[in-house]
Design a protein around this ligand. Structure first.
Ligand code: GUN
Length: 284
């Protein structure tokens, strides 16, 4: 039976550290501030943004929300980003994704100042990540790494399989696992014999976004299974990609959904906001 990796526990520990750092900055007259842009009425995005704001408040970070109408144009959004780039009281900027179809997402992400890009989505920060000189951690993958570290799970020399190759999670996840000296394979929708690939994983990270995608026969005995998926099952209940009940019998460690990777993403965002405040004040 697998040991549960408790994302809420690790996330609380990270938030405690953030609160201490925020306090120290405040003593120096620096008030870390995160600006979150949300466009339209996507209910999942609204929930994520509310969670981010709540987490900011809990750690003493000022949060500023800029909500634009569903019909907003790329130009409107660009002018909001420009204002926030110039505003020295704002240290971190993120635009909640997805944005409505009429908006050119890549132009928006490219317009956010790399020094305020707490999502680490800007091409400069992606490049820095590949070079291993990043200031900002890509939040979800960095959250996964932090959980592994908390439970003393070594990556060095391990076969790591990441299912999914998205810009936000799959690709940066693979890079961070490589930085930790893992032997990394990225599987995706065109991978042949997926089961054969995943069965070799000592550390299996699923980022697919489909309920019941990872079955026990895809998992090696004793593997560490990290479930990044956030889905709804047929009954409308929140679930990950992994069939938890059957995989937990085979794995050595497993993350639940909810209460696994999800809480970590927000905590890493807070850490990045503190880093941004430091960078902009010449402290880091
Ligand atoms: N939408 C889903 N995940 C994320 C994230 O990590 N950052 C932003 N900005 N949007 C998202």
């Amino acid at each position: 039976m697998a040991r549960i990796i408790d994302g809420k526990l690790v996330s609380s520990a990270v938030k405690e550290g953030v609160a201490v750092k925020v306090n120290e900055l405040k003593k120096q007259g620096i008030n870390p501030c995160l600006a979150v842009i949300i466009v339209g009425n996507n209910p999942a995005s609204r929930t994520y943004v509310n969670n981010k704001k709540k987490a900011c408040e809990a750690t003493g970070i000022i949060s500023k929300e800029i909500a634009l109408d569903e019909s907003a144009s790329t130009e409107e959004l660009l002018s909001v980003v420009e204002e926030l780039n110039k505003d020295s009281s704002v240290h971190g900027i993120l635009c909640q994704l997805p944005v409505p179809k009429q908006i050119d997402k890549n132009r928006i992400l490219a317009a956010i100042s790399p020094d305020k890009d707490v999502d680490a989505f800007h091409a400069i920060n992606v490049g820095r990540l590949l070079q291993g000189v990043q200031s900002f951690q890509p939040c979800t993958p960095a959250g996964v790494i932090r959980m592994l570290e908390y439970y003393n799970i070594s990556v060095e020399g391990k076969n790591c399989v990441v299912i999914g190759r998205s810009d936000i999670v799959g690709k940066p996840m693979a890079v961070l696992l490589m930085q930790k000296d893992g032997t990394v394979t990225v599987a995706h929708s065109k991978t042949k014999n997926l089961k054969e690939v995943t069965s070799k994983a000592d550390i299996l990270v699923s980022t697919v976004g489909k309920a019941n995608f990872v079955t026990a026969d895809m998992v090696k005995d004793g593997a560490v299974v990290i479930d990044v998926g956030i889905n709804r099952n047929a009954e409308g209940k929140l679930c990950g990609d992994v069939i938890f009940d059957e995989v937990e019998k085979k794995a050595s460690y497993i993350t639940p959904v909810p209460g696994g990777v999800g809480p970590m993403t927000v905590s890493m965002l807070l850490e990045n906001t503190v880093t941004a405040a430091k960078i902009q004040n010449g402290i880091e």
